[in-house]
Design a protein around this ligand. Structure first.
Ligand SMILES: CC(C)(COP(=O)(O)OP(=O)(O)OC[C@H]1O[C@@H](n2cnc3c(N)ncnc32)[C@H](O)[C@@H]1OP(=O)(O)O)[C@@H](O)C(=O)NCCC(=O)NCCS
Length: 273
């Protein structure tokens, strides 16, 4: 499946922001919808927040460029405390946590790390890695083994080190280790609202697992954008054609998955252990 890709924002604008703003309903209807974001109107205000829609992704494992570089090492349970600050730095602005208070965010991060080393979502895998510089941990690729597949449970890089290939290097390392253990696939999830995460997964070679909910979210958002831009007449012909193509693609995918759903519900709603 070749998806027409939406244009990504510049790196400094990676994460669209939530919005809670007083405005008329007419103005609210003119805000372009984004895949993975809820757009609601109540109390005389527009409320735009990340939706919990997740994209499931699978990677067929094949040997990766050798990555024996200083700085990458296996994670250990003794790293639990040192993982907290870089986790907070990396996720502070992401759609996953942007609506959390500082206190709730920290609590949730502590819970995530404890769960990773605990029994939540399967067994933590010793192929998990961290990357360090002289100041400590700056990035991590944390793997869990479910009943059927290994999963990239969490991947993060401190913002100051972003776009230097660190996530790619760490996961290259993980892939080679997993191959050594006889694994053939790696599962991952990305929040549909987290464009940077999705872009990274696509760049690394992960394929999206078709999902009716995700396809519907994209179709509705692009159809709404197309309506608005047609009314406003503010795009070039080729931009408009690109958006129309994206809308048609996702509409066709929704139709296909609805038919599939009638025959086999779970084939249109992927579930892994
Ligand atoms: C997503 C994340 C792990 C990427 O780490 P990274 O080390 O910056 O990624 P890499 O340098 O390996 O990126 C490789 C490619 O992925 C894509 N990519 C990575 N970050 C991107 C971004 N913010 N926007 C668009 N594309 C991006 C690009 O194609 C990039 O290649 P390029 O830089 O040559 O254009 C990092 O941004 C991050 O930690 N984000 C916050 C936490 C998070 O959302 N984690 C994922 C969910 S668990």
């Amino acid at each position: 499946m070749t998806m027409p890709q939406a244009k990504l924002r510049k790196p400094e604008l990676d994460y669209p922001r939530p919005l809670h703003r007083r405005m008329s309903f007419a103005d609210f209807k003119r805000i372009p919808r984004q895949p993975g974001w809820k757009q609601e109107y109540y109390g005389g205000k527009a409320h735009i927040t990340p939706s919990p829609t997740m994209v499931s992704l699978l990677l067929n494992l094949a040997p990766r460029e050798s990555v024996d570089r200083p700085g990458i090492r296996a994670v250990t349970e003794a790293d639990a405390g040192a993982l907290l600050q870089p986790f907070l730095d990396a996720f502070r602005q992401t759609p996953e946590y942007v609506e959390y208070s500082a206190e709730a965010f920290k609590k949730s991060a502590v819970k995530y790390i404890a769960g990773f080393f605990g029994r939540a979502r399967g067994q933590w895998s010793p192929v998990s890695v961290v990357m360090e510089n002289k100041n400590g941990i700056i990035a991590a690729a944390l793997i869990k083994r479910g009943q059927t597949l290994p999963r990239l449970d969490c991947l993060f890089v401190c913002p100051a080190q972003a776009r230097k290939g660190l996530a790619t290097r760490m996961v290259n390392h993980v892939v080679n280790e997993l191959l050594g253990q006889g694994e053939t696939k790696l599962l991952s999830y990305a929040l549909l609202a987290n464009e940077a995460s999705l872009a990274w997964h696509h760049h690394f070679g992960f394929q999206e697992v078709p999902d009716l909910w995700v396809a519907s979210s994209r179709w509705h958002a692009y159809a709404h954008q197309l309506d608005l831009h047609r009314q406003a007449n503010d795009l070039t012909d080729s931009e408009l054609a690109g958006l129309a193509e994206r809308t048609a693609f996702w509409r066709a995918e929704v139709d296909r998955l609805r038919e599939l759903e009638k025959r086999d519900f779970w084939a249109a709603h992927p579930q892994f252990d």
